[in-house]
Ligand binder design. Structure first.
Ligand SMILES: [Zn+2]
Length: 266
């Protein structure tokens, strides 16, 4: 990956308080900072949108994320455990018959999760920024996956289940992202998400050497507490946070969590 210069970066404020952050780590040309009001950790300076677009368009990026892995590789084994665990979690949280229930995945990648959800009986839709990945999901798996920003996707009606796996830490503004989700989820629907978390043991122990810090891409670093704060700004309530690396939905992930959120009572 190329070397980034200061000109590629811009300073941003906390998406909740619009407050400047206080420095935690200096990772020149990036900074990891914490909001003094709400404690949300974020990257500032961070890559400008144009530079970020270049990063995500690079073919190596998606190779790194999804890989051209064989069916029986360890990575694919874990992928299947997560998919099964997360679909089981969705069914428990939904607490009604899955058949015909509408599910939307934001950041659908190559469509592996949507394919499995469809096999369980969900009526599935996806949004994926990468045209290459979305085309794979459409052409190889016959899925409906829009390649655009969430706000620009031609989605109709509300969804009973919305999933965003390892996505929230990448979006330009998580409060805006949650607001868009709030507009798409049914009043009795459920949102499932996963992200790395800053209060995890690897993050605390390894500090600036934590492998998941990745300041180019992971521009917001949450904790269970700041997830609640951010979601509340958009009328959503985080009702469950799963940290256990032994649970199937989060298997082996020492530094990531799976969360469940619902619209707040109006
Ligand atoms: Zn804040």
């Amino acid at each position: 990956m190329s070397t980034w210069l200061r000109d590629d970066t811009e300073a941003v404020a906390c998406c909740v308080c619009h407050h400047e952050g206080r420095p935690l780590y200096d990772l020149d040309p990036f900074g990891v900072v914490r909001c003094p009001r709400c404690t949300l950790v974020f990257v500032s300076p961070r890559l400008r949108p144009e530079a970020l677009q270049r990063l995500y368009e690079a073919p190596q990026y998606h190779q790194g994320v999804y890989g051209e892995e064989g069916r029986f590789s360890p990575a694919m084994f874990l992928q299947r455990q997560w998919t099964n665990g997360r679909l089981a979690l969705a069914e428990r949280e939904l607490d009604r018959k899955v058949f015909g229930t509408r599910l939307l995945e934001i950041g659908a990648g190559h469509g592996l999760f949507l394919d499995a959800a469809r096999a369980r009986g969900y009526d599935v839709n996806g949004v994926e920024l990468s045209e290459t990945a979305a085309a794979h999901a459409r052409d190889t798996l016959g899925l409906t996956v829009h390649s655009s920003q969430l706000a620009d996707a031609p989605l109709e009606g509300r969804f009973d289940v919305i999933c965003a796996w390892d996505t929230l830490e990448h979006v330009p503004d998580p409060v805006e992202f949650w607001k868009a989700i709030r507009g798409l989820v049914a009043d009795d629907g459920v949102v499932l998400f996963s992200t790395p978390y800053f209060s995890s043991a690897p993050s605390r122990l390894l500090r600036r050497r934590w492998w998941t810090l990745k300041p180019t891409e992971h521009i917001w670093q949450f904790t269970p507490r700041t997830h609640r704060t951010v979601a509340e700004q958009a009328g959503m309530q985080v009702t469950r946070t799963l940290l256990n690396p032994l649970s199937k939905a989060n298997l082996t992930r020492l530094d990531s969590l799976v969360g469940v959120a619902r619209p707040r009572e109006r």
